[in-house]
Design a protein around this ligand. Sequence first.
Ligand code: DGL
Length: 265
Amino acid sequence: MAERAAPVGVMDSGVGGLSVLAEIQRLLPNETLLYVADCGHIPYGEKSPDYIRERLRRIAAFFHEQGAKAMVLACNTATVAAAADLRELYPSWPLVGMEPAVKPAAAATRSGVVGVLATTGTLQSAKFAALLDRFANDVQVITRPCPGLVELIEAGDLGSPALRQLLLGYVQPLLAAGCDTLILGCTHYPFLRPLLADMMPADVAIIDTGAAVARQLQRLLGAHDLLADGPAADTRFWTSGDPQLMRKILPLLWHKSDSVQSFSL
Ligand code: DGL
């Protein structure tokens, strides 16, 4: 039986999940958080579901060894590929996944046109198709995979001319089609919000699900009587890529620099 003071494991294919981690820390400052960035295997968006499931099994086992009381998949691509598998493997372990915010976007749009930026893996999944079927019957949804963005963000690029050009190429057709609500369906993309706000009319709403994931974690921990009640806790970082590179990028995407350990499974 896990204890309230046990940590919560949070993972992403890379540094994108830090956008979710920040929301979790804001809402639940007493929770000890373990963050695994699977940078050695990025991008998940271009990998097969089988490959991603295998990676997630290893990461989940690692969190288990660390005594984690819950796990958060701070990655849309990992969720569509592996959440069901992990729930089957660990039926009594609180697990939070994430999906593009189709439901709130469909409710919010006034033009009736919603854009979705996400990885190829997310957009091609049966889970995403089911999400559209369920919530987007009355609106037009235009999806746009964004190869290349994740790699640039992983390199610490949040605004070079090359990145701006790439992003503009993805966003312009959506705007031309009348999109007034843009879903960020990949946890890396919230780091491009300032750039997006700059290149789109002010009345286009940008929606991501980081805060909703934090609230879902809070609900789930509460339901299991597992909310930490101790003093403010710390966060520990691992990467399967180059720890030095992540240490360098961390201050750009996280509110402070921190030590990063190697995760070599
Ligand atoms: N951050 C991940 C997501 O939310 C995917 C990035 C990748 O392609 O590895 O989908």
